[in-house]
Design a protein around this ligand. Structure first.
Ligand SMILES: Cc1cc2nc3c(=O)[nH]c(=O)nc-3n(C[C@H](O)[C@H](O)[C@H](O)COP(=O)(O)OP(=O)(O)OC[C@H]3O[C@@H](n4cnc5c(N)ncnc54)[C@H](O)[C@@H]3O)c2cc1C
Length: 489
């Protein structure tokens, strides 16, 4: 039987391990922390359970696939609920719109708040995004690239061009939707890929599809609970999962991976090694200096964020599970962040997971997760030791001013996480959102999931193909497993 070591039990490492095991590979999964999940971590204090990372959960079928590979039904282990509304959006003029849980419900909301004509345009837009998504998925998202030529499938390319995949997101969306609020609601997702909708290619409009049209879900036990469910699945399937086992380096012999050396000094041997730590950091810390491919030091990174966790002793007035607050200067917000500056007139996001799962807080309490897009550490220097506590204060002020009720008296516990903290956790450039998705870092141009100079080393995670976010990272685990199987068989 061939063997593989997977380093890191983030969603990428978990997906790769589960798939390799299903293919009959002997898998050892080594995680430095005392729990799985990586960025989808958990802090538990004073009866509150805080998810440290992803909150907007899309494409649950990708989780279900992993269970099905081992003959299990995910519904025996995890309960997903489609959120309606998926988001509650609040605009600077005080108006609100809800992204509803189905195309029909969304069209009804638009007909009600804007106009029946705009609702009709929304239906055409939703159908268009669906076609774009289906056209892109095979090959562009769910496929390994060995050369840019792999991209050139004439029929697929012609269709992508016709669907506007190579226009910019903002004009593509504006060619369907005329209401400025809807234009914001269906373009802000470009930020997830590290770009402004004024520069992102139309291919990235599919993020809005996955998010606002295909559906946003809540999982019982929060997003971290999903990583625990995957770790349990991996263990049942026979993966040897070892927590609290940091890896110090990959053992390279004659130009190929022979295994890894743990921080405890053990040499563990395997035919292939899958690395889940952020790719630039994996090259820096775990591989020989001469293994790095050309161009690694010139990579561009997505903006970062400040997160404020709030444990509250009362429910927030009027909160949905996901609440997004748009500033007046929508384009200026992107310009600031992408130029490496703090936003002058900030847009921000508030997730309140206790709306769906009250068990994440003590009875009657609430968990608040505030996220402010912020420059990464390649931007203007910010003294985060000073700015962090300021951002905590500002967050509380903003949430209170937005009408959720008195905040200071309700706050039992609070924490702020800054780009310095993301860097300390091993994320290049202090951003949890990875290498950005500019054209030259997308598809076949993204850092490859194989190490060109060390055979048997494969990468999974958000800085390699296909990209950032939980669904993409689960797919990256699949692509990594395919690479391992190519190499060990
Ligand atoms: C605040 C925040 C909000 C986000 N919001 C969303 C969202 O709403 N929706 C969405 O889809 N995505 C979101 N994301 C992005 C998403 O969380 C990531 O893209 C994804 O979880 C990354 O998974 P990964 O497997 O690539 O890496 P990670 O989760 O970082 O996993 C890497 C693992 O490797 C381990 N490791 C590192 N070094 C070593 C070593 N030397 N030895 C052993 N183990 C090691 C780490 O401990 C970690 O467990 C968010 C992220 C953050 C932080």
């Amino acid at each position: 039987m061939s063997s593989a070591i997977v380093v890191g039990a983030g969603f990428g490492g978990l997906a790769a391990a589960i798939r390799l095991r299903a293919a009959g590979v002997d898998v050892t999964l080594l995680e430095r922390e005392d729990r799985p999940g990586g960025r989808a971590g958990r802090i538990e204090t004073q009866g509150f359970a805080f998810d440290t990372g992803p909150s907007v959960l899309t494409m649950p079928s990708l989780f279900a696939e992993l269970f099905a590979l081992h003959g299990e039904d995910i519904t025996d282990h995890v309960t997903f609920t489609r959120l309606d509304p998926a988001y509650r959006a609040v605009f600077h003029d005080g108006s609100t719109l809800r992204i509803r849980g189905s195309v029909d419900a969304m069209a009804a909301e638009i007909a009600d708040v804007i106009s029946p004509a705009e609702a009709g345009r929304f239906r055409r837009f939703a159908a268009h995004l669906h076609e774009l998504y289906v056209t892109e998925y095979d090959g562009f998202i769910d496929g390994n690239f060995d050369s840019p030529l792999d991209l050139v499938r004439p029929a697929q390319m012609a269709k992508l061009v016709r669907l506007g995949a190579f226009r910019r997101v903002a004009p593509l969306v504006a060619s369907f939707l005329t209401d400025w609020r809807l234009q914001r609601l269906f373009t802000f997702q470009s930020m997830y890929a590290g770009m402004s909708p004024y520069q992102a290619l139309g291919v990235y409009a599919v993020i809005a599809y996955m998010d606002a049209i295909a559906g946003v879900y809540a999982a019982d036990g929060g997003v971290h609970g999903l990583s625990v469910a995957l770790a349990d699945l991996a263990t049942r399937a026979g993966v040897d999962l070892r927590l609290k086992t940091p890896v110090e380096r990959v053992e390279v012999r004659d130009g190929r991976a022979a295994g890894v050396v743990t921080a405890g000094g053990d040499l563990l041997r395997a035919d292939a090694v899958v690395l889940n730590p952020d790719l630039p950091v994996a090259y820096r810390d775990l591989l020989p200096a001469d293994a790095a491919p050309r161009g690694l030091s010139r990579l561009r990174y997505s903006p970062s964020c400040v997160v404020v966790h709030l444990g509250l002793d009362r429910r927030l007035d009027g909160a949905a599970h996901h609440n997004i607050h748009f500033a007046d200067g929508y384009k200026a917000s992107f310009d600031d962040i992408l130029a490496g500056r703090l936003q002058r007139d900030p847009s921000w996001f508030l997730s309140v997971p206790t709306v769906s799962d009250p068990g994440l807080a003590p009875p009657g309490g609430e968990v608040g997760f505030y996220l402010l897009p912020a420059p990464n550490l390649q931007g203007d220097p910010v003294d985060w030791a000073v700015q962090g506590p300021r951002e905590l204060d500002l967050a509380i002020d903003r949430i209170e001013a937005a009408g959720y009720g008195a905040m200071r008296s309700a706050t039992v516990t609070s924490m702020v996480v800054t780009p310095d903290d993301w860097a300390a956790q091993g994320m290049a450039a202090g951003t949890p959102f990875a290498v950005s998705h500019h054209f030259r870092q997308t598809g076949p141009f993204r850092p490859r999931n194989v190490a060109p100079k060390v055979r048997g080393v494969v990468f999974t995670g958000s800085s390699t193909t296909p990209g950032v976010g939980v669904p993409m990272v689960l797919i990256s685990g699949k692509l990594a497993a395919e690479r391992v199987l190519e190499q060990v068989r």
